[in-house]
Every structure is written in structure tokens, then in C-alpha cells.
Ligand binder design. Structure first.
Ligand SMILES: [Zn+2]
Ligand SMILES: [Zn+2]
Length: 166
């Protein structure tokens, strides 16, 4: 918890912070993507009565690709910004965070920010070709030719027939 009472009360006031989060127990895609600590730096600032939190989370994202099973360790940086307020008002703003009594659970906020930002699937890259279902070759690295040889020449006639129907 960080106490932002002073920041809310005094225009022009700001507070810088730096901390480390241990997310090694967090599970995503059935994996543990945060094997080393997440470094968080940022600040909270009151500018003309509007309190804004800006922060940057940097970490190594460890994933095992859903398709080709390759492990990758990617240095990743996410940036977040939220407007903070001590009480709700009518404003309809997605980035608007209510901080009761001026006390902010920074670790919890940053953790949920990071989890929301993670890709939906664990892929080594968007267009990963995966593994060949026949020989198991990694199709990102090699072309095995299995797909081409799988049709028996005697069946080819039938295959051509089917293709012509479309
Ligand atoms: Zn992959
Ligand atoms: Zn193959």
C-alpha cells in the first residue's frame, strides 16, 4: 500500500516509486511466465488537481509456444497510465481508479495491468507454423515435405475429382 494522501492534497506534488514484484506463482496459459522478478518504476503526480499514475513494468516473459513447443524468454516492457481519484464521480473513464482514503495497493494494480496486457495465446510469434503432425519437425525451421508425399498416387485421381467439384 502506498499513501497518496499528500499527493491528493497538494497540487504540484509528486511521488516516484521503484519496486520489484514476485509473480513467479502466477499462472497463465497453464504456464509460469514470470520466472524472474518484475521491475516496476513510475510516479504519481498531482497536476492542477488531477492525480495521474504512470508506470513501467519490465520483465522477462518466458513462454512455451502452443504450436511448436519452443521456449522463448522475451525482454518485455509494458507502460500503464491511470487517473486516480479518492471517490467516484460521474465521469465515465476506463482509466479512472478509485483510491479509498488515498491508499493505493500498487502491487495489485500493476499485477492486474500486466495480466490484462499479456497476449491471449502463448505463441513464439504470431504466424508460428507449428510442428508437422507426421514427423514432428519444427516447420518454422525446416520444410519436411510430409504434406506433399502423403497422398497415394492411386488416390490422387480421386483427390483431383473432388477438387474439380468445387
Ligand atoms: Zn512457435
Ligand atoms: Zn513432417
Amino acid at each position: 500500500m502506498i499513501d497518496l494522501g499528500r499527493i491528493f492534497d497538494i497540487e504540484g506534488e509528486s511521488l516516484a516509486f521503484e519496486r520489484q514484484l514476485d509473480l513467479s506463482q502466477v499462472s497463465q496459459w497453464g504456464q509460469r511466465p514470470f520466472q524472474s522478478p518484475v521491475k516496476v518504476t513510475g510516479s504519481v503526480e498531482n497536476r492542477a488537481g488531477i492525480v495521474t499514475l504512470r508506470c513501467e513494468a519490465s520483465f522477462v516473459l518466458t513462454t512455451i509456444c502452443d504450436r511448436c513447443l519452443t521456449q522463448s524468454d522475451r525482454p518485455t516492457v509494458y507502460r500503464f497510465e491511470h487517473v486516480l481519484a479518492r471517490e467516484l464521480n460521474d465521469e465515465d473513464n476506463d482509466d479512472f481508479i478509485v483510491v479509498k482514503d488515498g491508499l493505493l495497493d500498487l502491487d495489485q494494480l500493476v499485477t492486474s495491468d500486466i495480466l490484462l496486457e499479456l497476449p491471449i495465446k502463448a505463441l513464439c510469434r504470431e504466424d508460428c507454423k507449428g510442428l508437422c503432425p507426421i514427423c514432428g519437425a519444427n516447420l518454422n525451421e525446416t520444410t519436411c515435405g510430409c504434406g506433399k508425399q502423403s497422398i497415394d498416387p492411386r488416390l490422387q485421381v480421386l483427390q483431383d475429382l473432388l477438387n474439380n467439384q468445387n
